[in-house]
Ligand binder design. Sequence first.
Ligand SMILES: Nc1ncnc2c1ncn2[C@@H]1O[C@H](COP(=O)(O)OP(=O)(O)OP(=O)(O)O)[C@@H](O)[C@H]1O
Ligand SMILES: [Mg+2]
Length: 303
Amino acid sequence: MSECVISVEGVSKSFGALHVLKNVSLDIYRGQTVCILGRSGTGKSVLLKCIIGLLDPDQGTVTVLGKRFATMTEAQRLQHRRQLGYVFQGAALFDSLTVGENVGFSLYQDRVSDDTIRQRVTKRLEMVGLGHAIDKYPRELSGGMQKRVGLARALVQEPAIILYDEPTSGLDPLTTDIINQLVLRLRSQLQVTSLVVTHDIRSAFTIADHIIILDQGRILAQGSPEEIQNSDLPWVQHFVSGRALETELLDSLGTSSYLPGPTATAAVSPPSPALEPRHPTAIRRQAIRPNAPSDDNDNPPQA
Ligand SMILES: Nc1ncnc2c1ncn2[C@@H]1O[C@H](COP(=O)(O)OP(=O)(O)OP(=O)(O)O)[C@@H](O)[C@H]1O
Ligand SMILES: [Mg+2]
């Protein structure tokens, strides 16, 4: 059995009265591609944020590459997190930096030379089909292109573990296929471990070695794609076949308050800014490239 690189043991997380994660446990082994499937609001992003130490669980432990974020200072967390690539659900790009500067952001912080950065950034952008966009600004790109820039940024440090939050949502089928092929290639050529949160069942069956279905903060089922496909649990079958569940239909009709369970009845506290990833979208170019000339495109006005 290969090394366990991510271990989540009995993790629970609440926001006020809203119990988002309830005693979640999972292990991810080196070189695996694990997909977490689950409907909206079920705690997938919160689980990813607990794994990368942006949120602290109320109970339970998360161990990544043998270390626990809970025992670390903020500086140690930043350092440990650098071994992980993270693709945010939104692209979370800096508006005032070019695509190339966004992708190379962490390399500028490491004082890597401009030429090397450009080479590495170009290679990553080409991997996601955006080599031509290196000098553009995020506002000049479509939402799907921005998402791919976020992916290139996660790859630039060549991390051994990459966590993707909805990497293919909002992308056309062709681009979705490019991303899926990329995840497959990263595993087969570089033994990268991937944890992919997605609604996209077809993508999950294309890329995953192991699928976990999360529902209302609990792991409902897990197994190989074949095991999930052949599961006789009705909820899993509903999910896999893409049919809306009765509860989801009721949710969409705004009658969810009649349903049992925390999603329906708990008071939801507003997201706390202190708990969100610190990822401003405005930054001056000189902050990452002190010698770069200031130009009129610094913090350009939004279109
Ligand atoms: N920082 C926060 N403060 C308060 N509540 C939060 C916070 N982050 C998430 N939540 C709540 O936790 C629940 C789960 O959110 P999460 O973002 O994990 O859902 P998700 O499964 O990723 O959904 P989606 O598929 O729509 O992205 C939601 O009800 C959300 O409002
Ligand atoms: Mg999410």
